[in-house]
Design a binder for this molecule. Structure first.
Ligand code: BGC
Length: 260
């Protein structure tokens, strides 16, 4: 079985670190053109672009805060100018926010998590669908989390945003299906990235985390990236409207309530 993405124009949001960067690398290895969206750390973006270009990929960097409608609109205009449109969007940009029970949470910080993870995904999906629906083809992959389905004490905004993303996936899939556009979710569990470094780099918290993961280890970004590549490819042509879990069976433990 060969997954090929020959020349597909793919935008990955939040692509200059973590799972996003791993996804950008795998998509490039599959033959796609990759647009690396980022909001901070231009030097990390430049390094990734240089790496992708060195292996022959047509890669561009696009700076935009996904939660800002004007910046998202400008990002799509730039994509139109460079590549004449888009074939696939990976809505990956996300933040987890500061850990706090709801009664101690800062409302502005809470809302910011929703703005990036849910509203930002909507804005980017909207821009993508405005192009995919008329061309009668396209794929949107929303990067969710096991917390789409299981609660996470201290992170109510994050869990609510991912639960919302699950329903956004289903509804957009229903709207776009008649136009040949697929919309899917991918829900990673605990993956070795910066977002949870404080957990996996501390032996005690890592031990506690591993009790929640039946496979007995945390995942690597490339393991999520390979699945993402498959899901956006033609190999998954009959999949739409659902969220696929990539979590070492972590979501088998719905009582996971004390967080990382
Ligand atoms: C979070 C990680 C966490 C994992 C499992 C992910 O969505 O970003 O920080 O370790 O869920 O709880």
């Amino acid at each position: 079985m060969q997954v090929t993405l020959d020349g597909q124009r793919i935008l990955v949001t939040g692509a200059n670190s973590g799972i996003g960067a791993a996804v950008a690398r795998e998509l490039a290895a599959g033959g796609a053109r990759v647009a690396v969206n980022y909001v901070a750390h231009p030097e990390a973006t430049e390094a990734l672009l240089a790496e992708l270009r060195a292996s022959g990929t047509d890669a561009i960097g696009l700076q935009a805060d996904v939660s800002d409608a004007a910046q998202v609109a400008a990002m799509y205009l730039e994509l139109d100018r460079c590549w004449g449109g888009i074939d696939t969007l990976v809505n990956n940009a996300g933040i987890d926010g500061a850990r706090a029970p709801a009664w101690e949470a800062d409302p502005v910080a809470w809302q910011r998590v929703l703005s990036v993870n849910l509203y930002g995904s909507f804005l980017c999906a909207r821009g993508a669908l405005q192009r995919m629906v008329p061309q009668r083809s396209g794929v949107i992959l929303n990067m969710s989390s096991v917390h789409e389905r299981i609660a996470w004490s201290g992170f109510s905004a994050y869990a609510a945003s991912k639960a919302g993303l699950g329903m956004l996936t289903q509804t957009l899939a229903q709207e776009a299906a008649p136009f040949g556009v697929r919309v899917l979710g991918l829900a990673p569990g605990a993956i070795r990235t910066l977002i949870n470094q404080s957990v996996w780099s501390n032996p005690e918290s890592l031990r506690d985390l591993l009790t929640k993961i039946p496979l007995g280890r945390i995942g690597e970004p490339v393991e999520v990236a390979r699945l993402a590549t498959f899901l956006v490819s033609g190999m998954a042509s009959y999949m739409s409207g659902s969220t696929v879990y990539c979590d070492g069976a972590m979501s088998d433990y719905p009582e996971f309530a004390h967080g990382g």
